[in-house]
Design a protein around this ligand. Structure first.
Ligand code: NAP
Length: 232
Protein backbone atom coordinates (compact mmCIF):
# COMPACT_ATOMS: atom_id res chain seq x y z
CA UNK A 1 0.00 0.00 0.00
CA UNK A 2 1.34 3.44 -0.89
CA UNK A 3 2.28 5.77 1.94
CA UNK A 4 -0.24 8.33 3.15
CA UNK A 5 0.74 12.00 3.24
CA UNK A 6 -1.35 14.73 4.87
CA UNK A 7 -0.79 18.34 3.82
CA UNK A 8 -2.36 21.28 5.62
CA UNK A 9 -3.34 24.38 3.65
CA UNK A 10 -3.09 22.45 0.40
CA UNK A 11 -5.64 24.27 -1.76
CA UNK A 12 -3.17 26.76 -3.23
CA UNK A 13 0.44 27.90 -3.18
CA UNK A 14 3.17 25.73 -1.71
CA UNK A 15 0.72 23.27 -0.17
CA UNK A 16 -0.96 22.53 -3.50
CA UNK A 17 2.40 22.17 -5.26
CA UNK A 18 3.61 19.84 -2.50
CA UNK A 19 0.50 17.71 -3.08
CA UNK A 20 1.38 17.42 -6.79
CA UNK A 21 4.97 16.52 -5.95
CA UNK A 22 3.98 13.78 -3.52
CA UNK A 23 1.33 12.40 -5.90
CA UNK A 24 4.07 12.16 -8.54
CA UNK A 25 6.04 10.13 -6.04
CA UNK A 26 3.05 7.77 -5.68
CA UNK A 27 1.97 8.82 -2.19
CA UNK A 28 -1.72 8.73 -1.31
CA UNK A 29 -2.29 12.39 -0.57
CA UNK A 30 -4.84 13.94 1.76
CA UNK A 31 -5.24 17.60 0.88
CA UNK A 32 -6.87 19.83 3.44
CA UNK A 33 -8.09 23.37 3.82
CA UNK A 34 -10.95 25.45 5.13
CA UNK A 35 -12.98 25.86 1.95
CA UNK A 36 -15.05 22.73 1.25
CA UNK A 37 -16.15 23.81 -2.25
CA UNK A 38 -12.64 24.74 -3.38
CA UNK A 39 -11.30 21.59 -1.72
CA UNK A 40 -13.49 19.32 -3.80
CA UNK A 41 -12.55 21.25 -6.97
CA UNK A 42 -8.83 20.84 -6.21
CA UNK A 43 -9.38 17.16 -5.40
CA UNK A 44 -11.00 16.69 -8.84
CA UNK A 45 -8.14 18.62 -10.54
CA UNK A 46 -5.46 16.53 -8.85
CA UNK A 47 -7.13 13.17 -9.43
CA UNK A 48 -5.27 12.82 -12.75
CA UNK A 49 -1.98 12.70 -10.81
CA UNK A 50 -2.95 9.86 -8.45
CA UNK A 51 -4.81 8.99 -5.26
CA UNK A 52 -6.01 12.19 -3.64
CA UNK A 53 -8.72 13.01 -1.14
CA UNK A 54 -9.88 16.34 0.27
CA UNK A 55 -10.90 16.55 3.91
CA UNK A 56 -11.85 19.89 5.46
CA UNK A 57 -9.49 21.28 8.10
CA UNK A 58 -9.02 24.56 9.92
CA UNK A 59 -5.74 24.28 11.79
CA UNK A 60 -6.75 27.16 14.06
CA UNK A 61 -9.71 25.15 15.39
CA UNK A 62 -9.10 22.30 17.85
CA UNK A 63 -12.42 20.57 17.07
CA UNK A 64 -11.60 20.67 13.36
CA UNK A 65 -8.20 19.06 13.98
CA UNK A 66 -9.87 16.33 16.05
CA UNK A 67 -12.50 15.64 13.38
CA UNK A 68 -9.98 15.77 10.54
CA UNK A 69 -7.48 13.33 12.03
CA UNK A 70 -10.30 10.97 13.02
CA UNK A 71 -11.59 11.00 9.41
CA UNK A 72 -8.14 10.46 7.89
CA UNK A 73 -7.41 7.53 10.19
CA UNK A 74 -10.84 6.01 9.52
CA UNK A 75 -10.25 6.26 5.75
CA UNK A 76 -6.55 5.41 5.50
CA UNK A 77 -5.64 3.59 8.73
CA UNK A 78 -2.41 5.48 9.30
CA UNK A 79 -0.48 8.61 8.37
CA UNK A 80 3.12 8.33 7.16
CA UNK A 81 3.83 11.98 6.38
CA UNK A 82 2.52 15.22 7.86
CA UNK A 83 3.36 18.47 6.10
CA UNK A 84 2.42 21.37 8.39
CA UNK A 85 2.21 23.92 5.58
CA UNK A 86 -0.82 26.09 6.41
CA UNK A 87 0.28 29.52 7.49
CA UNK A 88 -0.67 33.17 7.66
CA UNK A 89 1.30 36.41 7.50
CA UNK A 90 -1.06 38.83 9.27
CA UNK A 91 1.40 41.66 9.85
CA UNK A 92 2.99 42.56 6.56
CA UNK A 93 2.10 46.14 7.59
CA UNK A 94 3.04 47.52 11.00
CA UNK A 95 0.21 47.09 13.52
CA UNK A 96 -1.56 50.40 14.12
CA UNK A 97 -2.21 49.85 17.81
CA UNK A 98 -1.38 47.53 20.67
CA UNK A 99 -4.77 45.93 20.13
CA UNK A 100 -3.92 45.22 16.46
CA UNK A 101 -0.54 43.78 17.44
CA UNK A 102 -2.21 41.57 20.03
CA UNK A 103 -4.68 40.30 17.45
CA UNK A 104 -1.93 39.63 14.88
CA UNK A 105 0.12 37.75 17.47
CA UNK A 106 -2.80 35.59 18.58
CA UNK A 107 -3.84 34.79 15.01
CA UNK A 108 -0.29 34.01 13.90
CA UNK A 109 0.48 31.79 16.87
CA UNK A 110 -2.82 29.93 16.56
CA UNK A 111 -2.27 29.10 12.88
CA UNK A 112 1.53 29.00 12.50
CA UNK A 113 2.61 27.41 15.78
CA UNK A 114 -0.24 25.97 17.89
CA UNK A 115 -2.08 24.36 14.95
CA UNK A 116 1.02 22.48 13.74
CA UNK A 117 1.76 21.32 17.29
CA UNK A 118 -1.78 19.98 17.75
CA UNK A 119 -1.56 18.22 14.38
CA UNK A 120 1.65 16.56 15.53
CA UNK A 121 0.00 15.50 18.79
CA UNK A 122 -2.72 13.74 16.79
CA UNK A 123 -0.47 11.95 14.25
CA UNK A 124 2.56 11.11 16.37
CA UNK A 125 1.13 8.15 18.33
CA UNK A 126 0.35 6.35 15.06
CA UNK A 127 3.79 7.08 13.63
CA UNK A 128 5.49 5.83 16.80
CA UNK A 129 3.34 2.68 16.81
CA UNK A 130 4.36 2.06 13.20
CA UNK A 131 7.99 2.89 13.96
CA UNK A 132 8.38 5.50 11.24
CA UNK A 133 7.07 8.84 10.03
CA UNK A 134 8.07 12.13 8.46
CA UNK A 135 6.95 15.51 9.81
CA UNK A 136 7.75 18.71 7.95
CA UNK A 137 7.10 22.06 9.59
CA UNK A 138 7.07 24.69 6.85
CA UNK A 139 8.84 27.53 8.54
CA UNK A 140 10.62 30.62 7.28
CA UNK A 141 13.99 32.31 7.30
CA UNK A 142 12.06 35.17 8.91
CA UNK A 143 11.83 32.95 11.99
CA UNK A 144 15.56 32.34 12.15
CA UNK A 145 16.51 33.26 15.73
CA UNK A 146 20.19 33.49 14.82
CA UNK A 147 19.52 36.05 12.06
CA UNK A 148 16.47 37.85 13.41
CA UNK A 149 15.37 40.96 11.54
CA UNK A 150 12.87 43.71 12.30
CA UNK A 151 9.25 44.10 11.18
CA UNK A 152 6.37 41.61 11.04
CA UNK A 153 6.72 40.54 14.68
CA UNK A 154 3.73 38.19 14.72
CA UNK A 155 4.88 36.25 11.66
CA UNK A 156 8.52 36.14 12.74
CA UNK A 157 7.92 35.11 16.35
CA UNK A 158 5.28 32.53 15.41
CA UNK A 159 7.78 30.88 13.05
CA UNK A 160 10.45 30.93 15.80
CA UNK A 161 7.87 29.09 17.91
CA UNK A 162 7.25 26.63 15.08
CA UNK A 163 10.97 25.89 15.00
CA UNK A 164 10.71 25.40 18.75
CA UNK A 165 7.99 22.83 18.10
CA UNK A 166 10.42 20.97 15.80
CA UNK A 167 13.13 20.94 18.47
CA UNK A 168 10.69 20.02 21.23
CA UNK A 169 9.52 16.85 19.47
CA UNK A 170 13.00 16.01 18.27
CA UNK A 171 14.06 15.73 21.92
CA UNK A 172 11.96 12.56 22.22
CA UNK A 173 12.23 11.38 18.60
CA UNK A 174 16.00 11.57 18.18
CA UNK A 175 16.50 7.80 18.36
CA UNK A 176 13.51 6.87 16.23
CA UNK A 177 12.67 6.74 12.52
CA UNK A 178 10.14 9.52 13.00
CA UNK A 179 12.01 12.40 11.40
CA UNK A 180 10.84 15.93 12.15
CA UNK A 181 12.38 18.94 10.46
CA UNK A 182 11.68 22.60 9.79
CA UNK A 183 11.97 23.73 6.19
CA UNK A 184 12.17 27.22 4.73
CA UNK A 185 10.96 27.19 1.11
CA UNK A 186 12.75 30.47 0.30
CA UNK A 187 10.89 33.53 -0.97
CA UNK A 188 8.36 32.05 -3.36
CA UNK A 189 5.77 33.50 -5.76
CA UNK A 190 2.47 32.68 -4.04
CA UNK A 191 -0.37 34.77 -2.65
CA UNK A 192 1.72 35.13 0.50
CA UNK A 193 5.10 35.62 -1.16
CA UNK A 194 3.76 38.07 -3.77
CA UNK A 195 4.69 38.56 -7.41
CA UNK A 196 8.13 40.08 -6.61
CA UNK A 197 9.34 36.83 -5.09
CA UNK A 198 12.30 35.39 -7.00
CA UNK A 199 11.47 31.71 -6.55
CA UNK A 200 9.11 29.50 -8.51
CA UNK A 201 6.69 27.17 -6.75
CA UNK A 202 8.64 24.18 -8.08
CA UNK A 203 11.88 25.44 -6.54
CA UNK A 204 10.10 26.34 -3.31
CA UNK A 205 8.59 22.91 -2.74
CA UNK A 206 11.69 20.91 -3.63
CA UNK A 207 13.03 21.19 -0.06
CA UNK A 208 9.62 20.38 1.43
CA UNK A 209 9.32 17.24 -0.67
CA UNK A 210 12.91 16.31 0.17
CA UNK A 211 12.10 16.47 3.91
CA UNK A 212 8.77 14.63 3.48
CA UNK A 213 10.44 11.72 1.70
CA UNK A 214 13.70 11.37 3.65
CA UNK A 215 15.07 7.84 3.83
CA UNK A 216 15.59 6.03 7.12
CA UNK A 217 18.61 7.54 8.88
CA UNK A 218 17.98 10.94 7.27
CA UNK A 219 18.42 14.18 9.19
CA UNK A 220 16.24 14.75 12.22
CA UNK A 221 15.52 17.87 14.27
CA UNK A 222 17.04 20.30 11.78
CA UNK A 223 16.17 23.43 9.82
CA UNK A 224 16.74 23.29 6.07
CA UNK A 225 16.39 25.21 2.84
CA UNK A 226 16.84 23.29 -0.41
CA UNK A 227 18.04 20.32 1.65
CA UNK A 228 20.91 22.38 3.09
CA UNK A 229 21.10 23.08 6.85
CA UNK A 230 20.16 26.49 8.19
CA UNK A 231 20.97 27.79 11.65
CA UNK A 232 17.89 27.96 13.89
P1 NAP B 1 -0.47 31.01 0.66
O1 NAP B 1 -0.47 30.94 -0.82
O2 NAP B 1 -1.04 32.20 1.34
O3 NAP B 1 -1.14 29.68 1.22
C1 NAP B 1 -1.34 29.50 2.59
C2 NAP B 1 -2.29 28.35 2.78
O4 NAP B 1 -2.51 28.17 4.17
C3 NAP B 1 -3.64 28.60 2.12
O5 NAP B 1 -4.06 27.42 1.49
C4 NAP B 1 -4.51 28.95 3.31
O6 NAP B 1 -5.87 28.64 3.11
C5 NAP B 1 -3.91 28.04 4.36
N1 NAP B 1 -4.36 28.41 5.69
C6 NAP B 1 -4.22 29.58 6.32
N2 NAP B 1 -4.82 29.52 7.53
C7 NAP B 1 -5.35 28.27 7.63
C8 NAP B 1 -6.09 27.60 8.63
N3 NAP B 1 -6.45 28.20 9.78
N4 NAP B 1 -6.44 26.31 8.41
C9 NAP B 1 -6.11 25.70 7.26
N5 NAP B 1 -5.44 26.28 6.26
C10 NAP B 1 -5.06 27.56 6.46
O7 NAP B 1 1.01 30.90 1.23
P2 NAP B 1 2.27 30.02 0.79
O8 NAP B 1 3.29 30.96 0.32
O9 NAP B 1 1.86 28.86 -0.05
O10 NAP B 1 2.74 29.53 2.23
C11 NAP B 1 2.74 28.18 2.65
C12 NAP B 1 3.67 28.07 3.85
O11 NAP B 1 4.99 28.47 3.46
C13 NAP B 1 3.28 29.01 5.00
O12 NAP B 1 3.46 28.33 6.23
C14 NAP B 1 4.27 30.14 4.88
O13 NAP B 1 4.50 30.80 6.10
C15 NAP B 1 5.50 29.42 4.38
N6 NAP B 1 6.47 30.29 3.70
C16 NAP B 1 6.15 30.90 2.53
C17 NAP B 1 7.09 31.71 1.91
C18 NAP B 1 6.83 32.40 0.59
O14 NAP B 1 7.69 33.18 0.14
N7 NAP B 1 5.70 32.16 -0.06
C19 NAP B 1 8.34 31.91 2.50
C20 NAP B 1 8.63 31.26 3.71
C21 NAP B 1 7.68 30.45 4.28
P3 NAP B 1 -6.97 29.75 2.73
O15 NAP B 1 -6.92 29.81 1.24
O16 NAP B 1 -8.22 29.17 3.29
O17 NAP B 1 -6.56 31.03 3.38
Amino acid sequence: MNKVAVITGALKGLGLETAKGLLNKKYQVVISGRDQVRGLEVEADLAKFGSVKFIQLDVADVASIEAFTKDVLADFGSIDVLVNNAGIFPDREKAASLEDLSEDLHKAFRTNSVGPMLMIEKVLPGMLAKGSGRIVNVSSGMGQLSHMGGGSPAYRVSKVALNGVTKFYYATLRNTDVLINSVCPGWVKTDMGGSQAPRSLEKGVSGIIWAATLPKGGPNGGFFRDGEPLEF
